[in-house]
Design a protein around this ligand. Structure first.
Ligand code: ZN
Length: 76
């Protein structure tokens, strides 16, 4: 899990995770990135989502996705 924002430096380059203001809890958004098990065709399925206000929210969804169980997660 990581945090990122849309701040840019003087050259218009996106700061991403390098923004010093990310230490402030209200700044930026939480994101996660996980690798789901390959599908039947052997294709890898990395999954990424951003836009969580808090780390807790992101973690909650992450737990839901990676939890083994009968529940099917659709990437569509
Ligand atoms: Zn920022």
């Amino acid at each position: 899990m990581y945090k990122r924002c849309s701040c840019k430096d003087g050259n218009g380059r996106s700061l991403g995770a390098e923004c010093p203001r990310l230490e402030q809890s209200k700044h930026g958004q939480w994101c996660y990135r996980i690798e789901l098990p390959a599908d039947r065709a052997g294709k890898r399925r990395p999954k990424r989502r951003s836009g969580f206000a808090t780390a807790k929210e992101a973690q909650k969804e992450l737990d839901h996705i990676s939890a083994p169980g009968p529940r099917c997660w659709s990437t569509r």
